[in-house]
Write a protein that binds this ligand. Structure first.
Ligand code: MSP
Length: 501
């Protein structure tokens, strides 16, 4: 089965920050999990480079837009390996191959009669690159997101007949209750559609930094249409000489933040319908990361969590774990260095890391490094029954935090098991050799299973541990707790999550 998953493409007028890291990590967890299951995965990310915000930022720095885009796209590209993201391609909307494909799709939309020329007047936020409707504008004509003054814009544009898709969209939502997830965002999108759709402007006459409109070359496409189409165009040229569209279209999941819900749950499916292309299976909308004080993160409030700082101090896996663990995926959540520290100390260092070190140390000490080949503890094994199936069912619905919680309950269970069995006591009693064998084999097996399950979240530490256990495979069909353990040999392991002083 194919599995195509995407992040939003990030604006190059800003530096990579925690929000970008968050969505990218979540998508990486899903992509890695599906690869473990042997699915044919394509994970796309990239940069959104056209439009007014980028043109304005370039002008302010005395640069050409393309130069600014080149410089900042590199920063986003470099972020991916830092996060250990396994993206299969990195699209830039300034790619020529993207632009010609955008033109082809939108020409079809035009030829199908879904456009017309008209006069647009409205309140426009240059940071959102979006017109605001009257009822969302803040007092003093300010942007509801950026709180900056809106600009009054009037221009002759090509329009996309979004209003004619009201009924097809309503049908889509009626037929596919999981088109948008989680449910509260489905309801939000549906009620937005239900409240009546207005046509939207498709082109800009005043701007040059964009994809030019083939049937009216004085215009460029409104950046959002150019941007949304990245999900489609990338498949056409990500692999030179090969078109992946048949294999991967439509996407299984577009993962986005709730700030861009309207574009992905209303404009995007309508645009695809207008171009006679299949719509995605799901759009999953996650919440906002907030400052530790529960307010929007902002430099001036001093409540920004810097992903690079977290990675420098605790490592990439710790950042990945923390973000998937501490904020329920799909909701909003406050994040901060204090809670990173406490999750690291209590969960990563004490619970998982310590379990790993103890288990390996005991196998080395008591059994010369050989995991005893014997039956595992049937009671413990039962507590792992069905775990892998439940984890994969949750990840099928992109419930990354819930799946992690299920796995973590077993990490805690294994720690209790060590205490219950007290292998250091068994080791003193020659008559308890069988019990000690079983305890060590069961611990090693439990540790192997949770590490396979945790692999998408923390690819490098889990791999180190699995290597030390002598069982490097991470394939998902090995995620069941075996009735018979052992036989392999372990090697000493440096602490996975060293205690910090
Ligand atoms: N370029 C558009 C998206 C086009 S997709 C066809 C854009 N770019 S962005 O750089 O502003 O990135 C927005 C995305 O970054 C959000 O949708 C979300 O995925 C992520 N986040 C940015 N800030 C965030 C938080 N504070 N919290 C969580 N995610 C955030 O919009």
């Amino acid at each position: 089965m194919s599995f195509y998953v995407t992040t939003p493409i990030y604006y190059v007028n800003a530096q990579p920050h925690l929000g970008h890291a968050y969505t990218t990590i979540a998508v990486d967890v899903l992509a890695r999990h599906m690869r473990q299951r042997g699915e044919d995965v394509f994970f796309l990310t990239g940069t959104d480079e056209h439009g007014e915000p980028v043109a304005d930022a370039a002008r302010a720095q005395g640069l050409q837009p393309k130069d600014l885009a080149d410089r900042n796209a590199e920063r986003f590209k470099a972020l991916m390996p830092r996060l250990n993201a396994s993206n299969d391609f990195f699209i830039r909307t300034s790619d020529e191959e993207h632009k010609v494909r955008v033109q082809a799709v939108l020409q079809r939309v035009h030829d199908n009669g879904h456009t017309y020329k008209g006069l647009y007047e409205g309140w426009y936020c240059p940071r959102c690159a979006d017109f605001k409707v009257e009822n969302e504008i803040l007092e003093g004509n300010r942007c509801p997101i950026h709180e900056i003054p809106l600009e009054r814009h009037k221009e002759e544009n090509w329009f996309f007949r979004l209003s004619t898709f009201q009924e097809p969209l309503e049908r889509l939502y009626a037929d596919r209750p999981d088109f948008v997830m989680p449910a509260h965002h489905f309801n939000e999108a549906r009620s937005f559609i239900g409240s009546g759709l207005q046509d939207v402007s498709l082109t800009r006459a005043r701007l040059q930094w964009g994809v030019s409109v083939p049937w009216d070359p004085g215009h460029v496409f409104y950046v959002w249409f150019d941007a949304l189409l990245n999900y489609y165009t990338a498949l056409g040229y990500a692999r030179p000489g090969e078109d992946l569209t048949e294999r991967f279209w439509p996407a299984n999941y577009h993962i986005i933040g709730k700030d861009i819900l309207k574009f992905h749950t209303v404009f995007w499916p309508a645009l695809l319908m207008a171009a006679e292309l299949p719509v995605p299976h799901h759009v999953f909308v996650h919440g906002f990361l907030l400052g530790a004080d529960g307010r929007k993160m902002s430099k001036s409030l001093g409540n920004v969590l810097d992903p690079f700082e977290v990675m420098a101090e605790y490592g990439t896996d710790a950042l990945r774990f923390y973000l998937m663990r501490d904020v329920a995926f799909g909701g909003d959540g406050a994040v901060g260095m204090d809670s990173v520290r406490s999750r690291y100390d209590t969960e990563l260092a004490n619970e998982y890391g310590n379990l790993a070190s103890r288990t390996i140390a005991m196998v080395l000490r008591y059994r010369d490094g050989m995991i005893p080949r014997t039956d595992t503890d049937a009671v413990l094994a039962r507590e792992f029954d069905g775990l892998a199936t439940r984890v994969s069912a949750l990840l099928d619905r992109a419930e990354a935090t819930q799946a992690l919680e299920l796995i973590w309950q077993r990490v805690r269970r294994l720690n209790r098991y060590v205490e219950e069995r007290a292998p250091w006591q068994l080791a003193k009693d020659p008559g308890a050799a069988g019990a000690l064998d079983q305890t060590l084999a069961s611990l090693a097996e439990g540790l192997r299973v949770i590490s396979v399950l945790l692999h998408p979240y923390m690819p490098s530490s889990t791999q180190r541990l699995l290597d030390a256990l002598g069982v490097p495979q991470v394939a998902f069909n090995g995620a069941d707790f075996a009735g018979q353990g052992g036989g392999g040999s372990v090697v000493a392991l440096e602490p996975l999550f060293p205690k910090r002083v």
